[in-house]
Ligand binder design. Sequence first.
Ligand code: NAD
Length: 473
Amino acid sequence: MAEQASTREAQVVVIGAGPGGYAAAFCAADLGLRVTLVNETHELGGVCLQRGCIPSKALLHVAKLLNESREAAAWGLRFAEPEIDIEALRGWKQGVVDQLSEGVAGLAKRRGVEVIQARASFVDSQTLKLEGPQGGSLRFEHAILAVGSVPAMPKLFQIDDPRIMDSTGALALADVPKRLLVVGGGYIGLEMGSVYAALGSRVVVVEMLDGLLPGADRDLVRPLEARLRKQFEAIHLHTKVTGVRAEAGSIVATLEGEGIEPEQTFDRVLVAVGRRPNSAGIGIENTQVVVDERGFVEVDEQMRTADPHILAIGDIAGEPMLAHKASHEARVAAEFLAGQPACFDKVAIPAVVFTDPELAWCGLTETAAKAAGREVKVARFPWAASGRALTLGRTEGVTKLIFDPETERILGVGIVGVGAGELIAEGTLAVEMGAVAHDVAETIHAHPTLSETVGEGAEAFLGSATHIYTRRR
Ligand code: NAD
């Protein structure tokens, strides 16, 4: 279609329709502002919905079912090995994505948010150039920049071979490789590694640091790592990939680490070594916006950049690069533009790794407390003492609470175990509200549920948890 050279006007333009951008556009519209939402592709929802959180969770659900069907033999239930119809699986995953994406488009329409499909770049602090089917230019009073991030792909892996994949490629599920190399033992490496292992791939994870999931407490990583080591062919820590080359039937990787076979062949490689903000190529240099050395846009607590007409939210505005952080920043930005008092001063942004078991934490970790030299008290509730965990056949979990020793305030919560991603919500609320040990201990947790591990964790801190014996001091 020929581009139209029209000039549009907007009170607020939001650039990028991910979980940050569409939340900002909707909130601003709800607050009475005239909003235009510009997105490069026709489909709304951004990386999270289109090729991130949502499709990966659909696949992880399938992985969990596959694993459970295999493990149920121990409970006297024997299933035949499931037959995997990969095309139907892809179709189901896409159906979930499409339904949500259409839902977002419908919500935009009902709110009167004008949606423009175009690639936007700044001409100056109040003008955007729009390229695409609805091209032209757009003058605005305020812009909210929410253009997200892309997978980092180190040069070493840029050999122009479709068997070298980033998270988008892995989610496309072209096939189930016999042997898959996963580079990076972070969120994506472990989540997508779990999916492929359940589907039948022999998965080898290579992590350059000496532990998986940097940032998470080691005692919580341990039960997850133990289970993953059974599901994966190997996890190599402190190991580097120093080269990859494409051959007709395989990808040959050169690996450097203690006791590792230095040259190994794989059918596919997933590179999951982090993401980088999308701050290049959007004309930021034509504005007063300041970008730091890692490519993140600098913002204050109102999500304002150094340019009075431009705000920024989500991955482009700094770590952690998590959808729920973006959508909370979105509300702050929209409220600020509507003249309301607003400030992003959250004390707890939950992090959830959707492996099996899941690993979740919020607020202060024990690792961060140690690094900062901050004195804390830690209470742990092992799931071996939870009746509910026992009925699930999953007692490897641990719930831990981190307290200020003087005020007894809960500073952080960490959980590893099935459903940890749901359970962490109580911890996040406790930390955000400044709850103390008694608040959580005196909250009645339904029996038998895994949530009791949070309540009993607080009881353990206070000296008497029903299901674990603590020696009297
Ligand atoms: P990550 O930062 O979680 O993990 C990257 C890992 O790769 C780290 O452990 C790092 O030490 C390692 N690494 C870096 N360079 C390496 C190299 N050359 N060789 C071997 N290992 C190397 O990044 P990710 O897994 O790519 O995910 C990117 C981001 O996406 C995450 O940080 C997170 O913000 C987001 N994400 C979140 C979720 C979730 O919330 N469940 C899921 C997926 C992605």
